[in-house]
Design a protein around this ligand. Structure first.
Ligand SMILES: Nc1ncnc2c1ncn2[C@@H]1O[C@H](COP(=O)(O)OP(=O)(O)OP(=O)(O)O)[C@@H](O)[C@H]1O
Ligand SMILES: [Mg+2]
Length: 272
């Protein structure tokens, strides 16, 4: 059994099977995904609670990133992808034909494994989404910039070099910059796909602390390979294997008393 350290969540476990709508950020229903003829997600049904951190864990290739990308329709960009089922965001299926994908992506921000700042200044990186919305008022931009950088725990490190290139930052700072860029447009949900896997331990710790703060304002979904990380940062954990949701529970329960033998084998390191 892995050690959970001191980060045991003591609050009462959420009852995920009867989570009321007003506490639900997303409801995934019977989701299947195919890359051409290859089915990689099988009938995923789960409710993601609002204002919590939910982690997706499971062996390489089990479909964690694919499922995350379904949530802001990034898979639309992959040719040959077919999705069936629904993902309900505030009463609306995000796969309904009338949904405007750019608007959806403003509501559901995403951060990838490797920091991907744009070749622009720190300032322009953070306010990029506001520029796209044609916001020009300097005061609004400056205020959004400072708020986002403070929320991303980066303000103090960059406030005197806002107009320097983002490439001059360390990779841990770049990842926080990308998180600042994602939250500058105030999304409802933040998707993080292995956000610390390219970072050193200290930067990883900084980002983990940041994730803990972010859930005060946002619903956070994080894919991680690292079970200790899931135990440290998440309120809920979903374990996937071969495209299926095997077990989904509050993080303490999943790691201490898993119901499924597959989950137990994975978290005790018997495979993966
Ligand atoms: N663009 C794509 N085209 C075809 N197949 C893909 C594509 N992306 C992923 N797959 C396949 O879908 C399955 C799930 O992949 P996915 O990247 O979602 O797994 P993952 O759980 O995120 O793995 P990892 O932990 O290695 O990142 C794998 O079999 C993968 O080969
Ligand atoms: Mg992945």
């Amino acid at each position: 059994m892995i050690s959970l350290g001191s980060h045991l969540h003591s609050s009462n476990p959420l009852d995920l099977s009867s989570l009321p709508d007003d506490q639900t950020a997303l409801s995934i229903r019977n989701l299947n995904l195919y890359y051409d003829t290859n089915q990689v997600l099988f009938n995923i049904t789960m409710r993601i609670p609002k204002g919590k951190v939910t982690a997706f864990i499971g062996p390489s290739g089990c479909g964690k990133s694919t499922l995350l990308r379904c949530i802001n329709r990034m898979n639309d960009l992959v040719e040959g992808t077919r999705v069936s089922g629904e993902i309900i965001l505030q009463g609306q299926n995000i796969y309904a034909p009338e949904v405007e994908v750019p608007v959806l992506r403003r509501r559901i921000g995403m951060v990838f494994q490797r920091p991907n700042p744009f070749p622009k200044s720190i300032y322009e990186n953070v306010i990029y989404g506001l520029r796209l919305q044609r916001i020009k008022d300097r005061r609004i931009l400056d205020e959004a910039l400072e708020n986002a950088l403070r929320s991303a725990a980066l303000w103090n490190e960059v406030k005197d070099r806002l107009h320097e290139s983002a490439f001059g930052l360390s990779s841990g700072q770049q990842q926080r910059l990308v998180i600042a860029r994602a939250i500058a447009i105030e999304p409802e949900i933040l998707l993080l796909d292995e956000p610390t896997s390219a970072l050193d331990p200290i930067s990883t710790l900084t980002i983990e602390e940041l994730i803990n703060d972010l859930k005060r304002k946002y619903t956070v979904l994080i894919v991680t390979h690292n079970m200790q990380q899931s135990a440290r940062v998440s309120d809920l954990t979903a374990f996937f294997n071969q495209g299926k949701l095997v077990e989904y529970a509050d993080t303490d329960t999943l790691f201490t008393t898993p119901k499924s033998k597959q989950t137990e084998d994975y978290i005790t390191g018997r495979y993966g």
